[in-house]
Design a protein around this ligand. Structure first.
Ligand code: N0T
Length: 537
């Protein structure tokens, strides 16, 4: 008994999400953690395939791997579970010193049941698919399939039970994604008999209270009576969210890891309108996050998978998903080089995590969604940034939770951006030469090397009243007084280039002065970390 309790006491605390003043942190081993993540390809979830995952994770300098666990692989025969892949994965993750976020691919993976076991996906009687208005069978599983829910839940609980058994003392697995990019393409909702009966019921009170809708025709009533043209999407969302919520709840009852859902986006900028086939109905799109909060309280957050490279859409998406009641995490984004600059923006905004998709060396390229490349060169634009964040990852996560961090990425228009901080502003501009202004010399026709495409970004942590940690590339940064420093003349005290050692101690390499600061603080293409002090006189 004594030995057992010693072991139990030594187990690190469970990972969990905490919240303060509208900000969020993912606590791992009892302290804020920022997931510098990478997601493997969809079919890399086999022991032999992992050999091509780990080298990419190392080159990426990631601290976390996101990787699927498929229902079809853990329960190929009903009731007979096989966790050999999970065991190998967890053991190898520990050897590689990375954490895991496991992606439960089951009833819905990109909306379809492709990752369900064969005994599920071909048995429409027991595991019904949705029906369209004409009674035609749709590809997508019905969220009203009671047997489907029961079977998926049973498998997920078995998985959580197993993870608890092998990992409770380690906490290598820090989070679970439940299903993947759910909803339904091409059909707004299920018209099967159970769905029809439910659609004629009144909207649950909790939805009425929480969901902000462009249309509210009545204070209460059936879905159509209250939500008019939005009723079918909201109804389907509620059905899917309830299904996922129940699975998550059952899993957490066994082993209480943080859990989230991910979303294939609806356009964040186009004017709000009822569903017309332009995104997966029923998924956790930004407009229905409230329905997920109500129907799936066991899900901590809804997260955007960002495959929109346009800076306005990227930023619009972050704005939509980062809320006091919804922590920002970007569990997927394209792995093409254009996305690398967003690392600064997302981490600067205090996200729990950031993970480009398709980071392994399987012979498969995600182009045109992502990178053409499949090797080290694909990883490098992200890996070089993670490399400078890694030594200060725990400090960064703490600063972010304290609300001290900011971040921007170069926009497609290349325009200057201003960051408002406490009593200081940072002005960030792009495509600047490092000494002086191009207007000085009419013979200058070209632009600085490697700025043909937007690639700049900077993340800033204000660690003291007049002190900043700056991480970035391809930007010119200027600090100016604001608030109580407004109008005062200012001067840089120190612009130290360096890095944090593993104990959190700042190691200075040199102090930028003279030409290196006279025309702003010009960060080169290769990411650097600066510790800046500034004063007024
Ligand atoms: C993602 C990934 C994987 C604006 C695509 C994105 C992953 C899933 N789906 O490689 O399948 O499992 O979550 C869908 C993007 C649709 C195109 C959006 C264009």
């Amino acid at each position: 008994v004594a030995a057992a309790s010693v072991t139990a006491a030594a187990a690190p605390p469970l990972p969990q999400l905490v919240q303060k003043d509208g900000r969020h942190a993912l606590m791992v081993d009892g302290a804020p953690f920022v997931m510098l993540g990478a997601q493997a390809h969809n079919s890399s979830n086999y022991p032999a395939a992992l050999k091509k995952v780990w080298p990419a994770i190392r080159d990426m300098h990631a601290n976390t791997l996101e990787i699927p666990v498929a229902w079809e692989q853990i329960e190929p025969v009903e009731g007979k579970f096989d966790f050999s892949y999970v065991d190998t994965l967890v053991a190898e993750a520990r050897k590689n010193k990375v954490r895991l976020v496991l992606l439960w691919f089951a009833t819905w993976k990109n909306t379809n049941p492709q990752y369900s076991p064969e005994w599920v996906k071909f048995d429409n009687q027991r595991f019904p698919r949705m029906l369209d208005k004409d009674g035609k069978v749709n590809y997508c599983m019905s969220p009203f399939g009671e047997e489907t829910l029961k079977a998926d839940k049973k498998a997920f609980v078995a998985l959580m039970t197993h993870i608890k058994q092998i990992d409770e003392a380690h906490r290598t697995v820090i989070m679970m994604q439940v299903q993947n990019e759910v909803g339904t393409y091409g059909l707004v909702r299920d018209y099967g008999p159970k769905a029809q009966a439910a659609f004629a019921q009144e909207v649950p009170q909790a939805v009425l209270e929480r969901q902000k809708s462009p249309v509210k025709l009545a204070a209460k009533g059936t879905w159509s009576e209250v939500y008019g043209d939005y009723a079918e999407q909201y109804f389907h969302t509620y059905a899917i969210a309830s299904y996922i919520g129940e699975i998550a709840k059952a899993g957490r009852a066994v082993y209480n890891l943080p859990m989230y859902v991910n979303n294939a986006l609806r356009d964040p900028l186009e004017p709000m309108a009822p569903w017309k086939g332009n995104f997966a109905s029923g998924g956790p799109t930004w407009d229905v996050i409230d329905i997920y909060k109500v129907a799936a309280p066991a899900i901590d957050l809804a997260a955007p998978d960002i495959y929109m490279p346009q800076s306005a859409k990227f930023t619009g998406t972050l704005d939509r998903f980062q809320r006091p009641d919804n922590a920002l995490m970007v569990p997927e984004l394209g792995n093409a080089p254009t996305y690398a600059r967003y690392t600064y923006q997302v981490l600067g905004r205090g996200a729990l995590g950031f993970a480009p998709f398709g980071i392994d060396y399987a012979d498969y390229s995600n182009f045109p969604l992502g990178s053409k490349l499949t090797d080290k060169a694909m990883v490098e634009p992200f890996g070089s940034i993670f490399a400078v964040f890694r030594p200060m990852e725990r400090q960064w996560a703490k600063w972010a939770f304290e609300g001290r961090t900011y971040g921007v990425a170069e926009s497609d228009e290349r325009t200057e951006q201003t960051i408002a901080m406490k009593n200081w502003t940072a002005t960030v501009s792009f495509r600047q030469w490092r000494f002086g202004e191009k207007e000085w010399n009419p013979e200058i026709k070209d632009e600085p090397a490697n700025t043909e495409k937007p690639s700049g970004g900077v993340a800033i942590a204000q660690i003291g009243d007049n002190e900043f940690i700056v991480v970035g590339q391809q930007v010119r940064l200027r600090l100016g007084g604001a608030g109580s420093n407004d109008g005062k003349p200012t001067m840089l005290a120190r612009v130290e280039e360096g890095s944090f050692d593993p104990s959190g101690k700042w190691i200075m390499e040199r102090n930028w002065n003279g030409d290196q600061v006279d025309y702003g603080i010009n960060l080169p293409a290769k990411p650097v970390v600066l510790k800046i002090r500034i004063g007024t006189y």
